[in-house]
Write a protein that binds this ligand. Sequence first.
Ligand SMILES: *[C@@H]1O[C@H](CO)[C@@H](O)[C@H](O)[C@H]1NC(C)=O
Ligand SMILES: *[C@@H]1O[C@H](CO)[C@@H](O)[C@H](O)[C@H]1NC(C)=O
Length: 385
Amino acid sequence: MWGPKLISGVAIVLGANAVAIENVKRDASKSFAGSNLYFLHALPAADQKEYVETLAGWGAKVLRLWVTSTSEGCLKGSTDVSAIPPLETTVGTYDTTVLNALDNTLKLLSENGIKAIISPHNANSLTGDASCDAYCGKYTNVTTFYSSTSAKADYDNRLEAILTYESPNFGKQWKDLSDVIMAFDLQNEPLIKQDALISANDPDDWLCGRAGALRGILGSSDIKVATGGIGGSQYCCDAVHEANLLPKALACDALDIMSVHGYMGKATDWAYFITGDKSVLKQANAAGKHVMIEEWGVSTSNTDNFDKQVAVFNDAGVPWIYWQVVPGLDGSQTGAPSSCGYDSYEIGLNSPKGDVAGAIAAANSATANQSWVGYVSEKSGMGYI
Ligand SMILES: *[C@@H]1O[C@H](CO)[C@@H](O)[C@H](O)[C@H]1NC(C)=O
Ligand SMILES: *[C@@H]1O[C@H](CO)[C@@H](O)[C@H](O)[C@H]1NC(C)=O
């Protein structure tokens, strides 16, 4: 783990040589890139294989997966999505079908030198925006979900069920799969739409409390803990929509990675958040945290296209994970299926909408602003040290 805290700690304990070694590693660390595909585990094995092998061939290092149920049918260009039941239909009763499906996806990633970031739950399922899941049904009021002791205990039990799931493919619990899992998120977009809780800087310590629970279950594992995008997408310019690096989270020892989510549409808006007045790099570096763009997407109606927006990340050496490179056709392609749940940000594997392969190559050759040694797969040719 890199940061001012560690550097000074090393300097005190081991002297100047250790600092020099740390600096060499940091200089050699490259940025990286990948994609979200929250329903990858619900696709037929052959489709998953083609998707993962294509992205690996482009040099992608990370895919972000979700512990989520799916419905059978057409989703974002994939016409053959299968139905996967939720982990919990009743809070506290676990159906591990979804974890078993994800485990097969993890095996495929491992064979291709790609690591996973796993989101254990979607906050948009608390509000009814995505669906109303077991937690939404039980706690009704989202404020209660983020403040009550019993809701926190229920959620921590879910985290434990996921992290201690015994992998059929690897013969170990997921918490011990640091070769294939880079990080667990606290949740996808925790505190989204909870403006009062954001403004009060997470008064019930939901974020750091859950990070501590994850860290406790992980024990000595090298798997990292990421925020998952506090408050949802960043938008310029008011505090409630610039919450990805909430002060409480920056100060939380159990958190390793600050996840940034954003759908800016404009390269200059991104620059404001990356290197400008609200630089996430400056804030994360000052707090000794890692920072990555965990979700970003480009719609055809955006001011700036994919190439212009992604250049902001690669020029600054900050890793990015696109929302979403999809295996099927994106909505801008001729023959795209209708009624297929598009959100307009998709880029198909063979789509001219954005040069994803070129952008991943540029990320891989960019010097990272922070060292990612020990985070990304060493198997995938990062050329460390
Ligand atoms: C949820 O609970 C909070 C805190 O008790 C309260 O202020 C808020 O009005 C409630 N929201 C709804 C939609 O009932
Ligand atoms: C990382 O980014 C920050 C913010 O833009 C900048 O001040 C710093 O010099 C950068 N460090 C490296 C090693 O590129």
